[in-house]
Design a protein around this ligand. Structure first.
Ligand code: ATP
Ligand code: MG
Length: 338
């Protein structure tokens, strides 16, 4: 397919820490698979990261490079995918300001993902306005690239819905479909649990296995993984529901039949936690070793990575500015004659 007729993808990650297995299963794997058939843009979402990290801009800045390294290490190819830095794209901020007028505060407060995140961050009533409004900024991100496909984890569904509501309101105001609606592309593992089994794996929850984790860190995380607390002896029947080790085998063990057999054996009794954990450790070590090695090699040449980001950001700047111009024009905003 010629480049400009391929469907457009926009997705990205907050630069709050190195990426983890949840990102890999929930989104990165899809992105690597789709970069040939789609025109793909990846956003290093540092501006969005600031909405709950205003106290630590250094962390947000440092992780721009870390997340970029993760992208390249898992197989994102800059010749096919454009990687760009959100805060260096001023058109996104301008679109956000415009879009704020097409959404109500009540609607933002109703967003279930935002509600959960507000609770998880313990904001109480002291919610940064930027945080409450980040779904609007995300609508700006997606629409500025005219993306129609957004590969994301399940937690993002309410945000895509919010984007499409803004798109419809704006198109209605303008009287024609200037912006396309987008659809979320959810991977089979749309929400990977953290190693504690309590919440989704997340950089903010301290329950993640980073893609860059050292072999000992992986082993240690697997050893500490939550299983069935009533499965005291290997001979006892065990439960696989809510058992994190099995959740991870479902997500990462390519041998589906073996997983079915293991589950049956565990339920029946006679299969110890140590044996299942050993299998999972082997699988995760094999998955992450090549990623870790490629990442280490790339990290030795940060100049190369920065050149990739600069080129991607310049290209994205033109594209997002073109959309902003189009929206300004379509809305009939004041403009000086050229
Ligand atoms: P933070 O804790 O800073 O919010 P995060 O770990 O939630 O970080 P994000 O940058 O918010 O990661 O999410 C980036 C993308 O990865 C989103 O599409 C999100 O849905 C997906 N994702 C994140 N965590 C998981 C997970 N545990 N399972 C599946 N997808 C995930
Ligand atoms: Mg998140």
């Amino acid at each position: 397919m010629p480049v400009d007729t391929k469907p457009i993808i926009l997705t990205g990650d907050r630069t709050t820490g190195p990426l983890h297995l949840g990102h890999y299963a929930g989104s990165l794997k899809n992105r690597v698979a789709l970069q040939d058939s789609h025109r793909q843009f990846l956003l290093l979402a540092d501006a969005q990261a600031l909405t709950d990290h205003a106290h630590d801009p250094a962390k947000v800045r440092r992780n721009v490079l870390e997340v970029a390294l993760d992208y390249l290490a898992v197989g994102i190819d800059p010749a096919k995918t454009t990687i760009c830095v959100q805060s260096c794209l001023p058109a996104l901020a301008e679109l956000t300001t415009l879009y704020m007028n097409f959404v109500t505060v009540a609607r933002l407060e109703r967003n279930p993902t935002i509600k959960d995140e507000i609770q998880a961050r313990g904001f109480g009533r002291d919610i940064p306005a930027g945080f409450l409004c980040y779904p609007v900024a995300q609508a700006a991100d997606i629409t500025a690239f005219k993306a129609t496909v957004v590969p994301v984890g399940e937690d993002q569904l309410p945000l895509i819905e919010q984007t499409n509501e803004i798109v419809r309101r704006l198109n209605h105001q303008i009287g024609r479909d200037v912006l396309p609606e987008a659809r979320a592309l959810i991977a089979p593992v749309g929400r990977l649990l953290g190693v504690d089994g309590k919440a989704k794996m997340s950089k903010s929850h301290g329950n993640a296995i980073a893609l860059s984790a050292a072999p000992e860190a992986i082993r240690d995380a697997v050893r500490r993984m939550y299983t069935d607390p009533n499965h005291l002896r290997a001979a006892d029947p065990g439960s696989v529901e809510g058992n994190v080790v099995f959740t991870y085998l479902e997500a990462f063990d390519e041998d589906r039949e073996a997983v079915v057999a293991l589950k049956a054996h565990y339920r029946r009794g006679g299969l110890g936690d140590v044996a299942v954990k050993r299998r999972l450790d082997d699988i995760l070590q094999a998955l992450l070793a090549p990623i870790r090695e490629r990442r280490a090699a790339l990290a030795r040449d940060p100049g190369h990575v920065l050149r990739v980001l600069r080129a991607g950001t310049l290209e994205a700047r033109e594209r997002t500015q073109a959309t902003l111009d189009e929206i300004r024009h379509a809305l009939g905003l004041f403009t000086f004659d050229r």
